[in-house]
Design a protein around this ligand. Sequence first.
Ligand SMILES: [Zn+2]
Length: 236
Amino acid sequence: MFLSDRHKAIANGIAKVFPECYHGICIYHLEKNLKQRRVRNTVLNLFQSAARVYLQSEFDDFMSQIAVVDKKTFIYLMEEPPGRWARSHCPRRRYDMLTTNIVESMNNVLRRARELPLLTMMDFIQEKLQSWFYERRTTAEGIFREISNWAEATLEEKIKPAFTFRVLPIDRLKFNVKEGGMEFIVDLDKRICDCCQFQLDEIPCEHAITAIDSIYQKNLAFLLCLLFKGLLVDNI
Ligand SMILES: [Zn+2]
């Protein structure tokens, strides 16, 4: 999977060399294009929401709001297939990669080094990457849980609201989770939920956490570890 701005040369190159690969558009760059077209902030916010939501129905809702307030921007956005920029329409898993920010950060780090002679610049890049890999490897070696610090923090954010939902079991691994006026079917066996976050991010959504908790209330963290290791189904 490739993610880039809309530069024609990049699209042509990827299509030629990696024709089977998905080529998505960075929504940060797409938003920049909209700003150059002097699109209003309210429409930019609607665009950000449309690009980030998980369900196609939510995408349609935000896009129809854009169509009402700014038809020209709606047409401009839809000229690019939503599968290339909207998470809800992406044919491949994008996880949470909607922008090329990580590459832009790298560009920023290398900005000054680009002025150096070629071999000195290569040395600089090699040393930089080596020190980053060393730091990350050392951090990873100090983690004795099954999931990374990032995944744990992400889960913790989801755990609190999850306990306000109601859950009704359908069968051993299928649950109906009620959140306000909405209902979501969670299938722990297939690791999917109607909200689509579970299958697209591959991290249990709030509904899946509620379902897991309804099985083993006492040790949620343990269960989440099992789920990540793919052992949950075998252990129930
Ligand atoms: Zn869900």
